[in-house]
Write a protein that binds this ligand. Structure first.
Ligand code: GRF
Length: 193
C-alpha cells in the first residue's frame, strides 16, 4: 500500500455544529499514513460548538460561518473552501442543510454520517423514532450528499441491535461508537483503500 503523506492526501473540511466526536475520530484517522485524507479546515455554523475545541487541540484552522441569508452563507463558504483548496467535505453533525446552489458549486466530494439505517429515519430524532416503532435494529450510514435530505448514494452502513431495555441515551451512545469506526472505513472505501 502506498504511504500517504500530508502532501498527497485529499484536502478535507469537516463541518460540525455540536460535540464533534465524529470530527475527533476523523482527525485521529487522518493522522494515520493509511488515511487518504488530511483535515485542513473545521467549519461550524455554531460558535458555541464544543467540537471547535478540537481545532485548538490539533492545530487545525477553524471558521464559524453563521449568516441567516443563504446566498451570503453559501458564497462565504465557497470562497473559504476555495482559498483552502478543499477537495472533500465531511459533514459530521452539521445541523444546517446545504443548499442546491452550494452543492452544485462545490466541485469536490461531499459525504455525511447519519444515525440510522437509511433510507429509514431520515432527518432528526432517529433513535427516538426507531424505539417508538419497536425496531429490532438500528445503526448508522455514511452516504454521499445530494440536494435531497439524507438521500444520496449509500457508501457504508453498520447495523446495531436494539436491546430490550434500550433508551434513547443508551442507543445514541451505542450507535455513536459505531459511527466513529464507520466514517473512516467509508472514506477508505471511497478511495479504494
Ligand atoms: C451523530 O450522531 C451524527 O450521525 C449526526 O449527528 C451526531 C453528531 O455527533 N449527524 P458528534 O457531534 O459527531 O458527536
Amino acid at each position: 500500500m502506498a504511504i500517504l503523506t500530508g502532501i498527497n492526501k485529499v484536502k478535507t473540511a469537516v463541518f460540525i455544529s455540536g460535540n464533534g466526536s465524529n470530527l475527533k475520530s476523523l482527525i485521529k484517522f487522518s493522522k494515520s499514513s493509511k488515511s487518504p485524507i488530511s483535515i485542513r479546515l473545521i467549519i461550524s455554523n455554531n460558535s458555541k460548538a464544543k467540537g471547535l475545541n478540537y481545532g485548538k487541540i490539533f492545530r487545525i484552522k477553524k471558521k464559524v460561518i453563521n449568516f441567516r441569508n443563504t446566498k451570503i452563507f453559501d458564497n462565504k463558504l465557497i470562497s473559504i473552501l476555495r482559498n483552502n483548496k478543499i477537495e472533500m467535505i465531511c459533514l459530521a453533525g452539521f445541523m444546517k442543510i446545504l443548499s442546491k446552489y452550494f452543492i452544485r458549486k462545490f466541485s469536490g466530494i461531499i459525504i455525511n454520517i447519519h444515525p440510522s439505517l437509511l433510507p429509514k429515519y431520515k432527518g432528526l430524532n432517529t433513535h427516538k423514532r426507531a424505539l417508538m416503532n419497536k425496531e429490532k435494529y438500528s445503526g448508522c450510514t455514511v452516504h454521499y450528499v445530494n440536494s435531497r435530505l439524507d438521500s444520496g448514494k449509500i457508501i457504508l452502513q453498520k447495523r446495531v441491535k436494539i436491546s430490550k431495555n434500550e433508551t434513547e441515551k443508551t442507543l445514541t451512545r451505542k450507535i455513536l461508537i459505531q459511527e466513529h469506526k464507520l466514517y473512516p472505513k467509508a472514506i477508505s472505501k471511497i478511495f479504494n483503500l
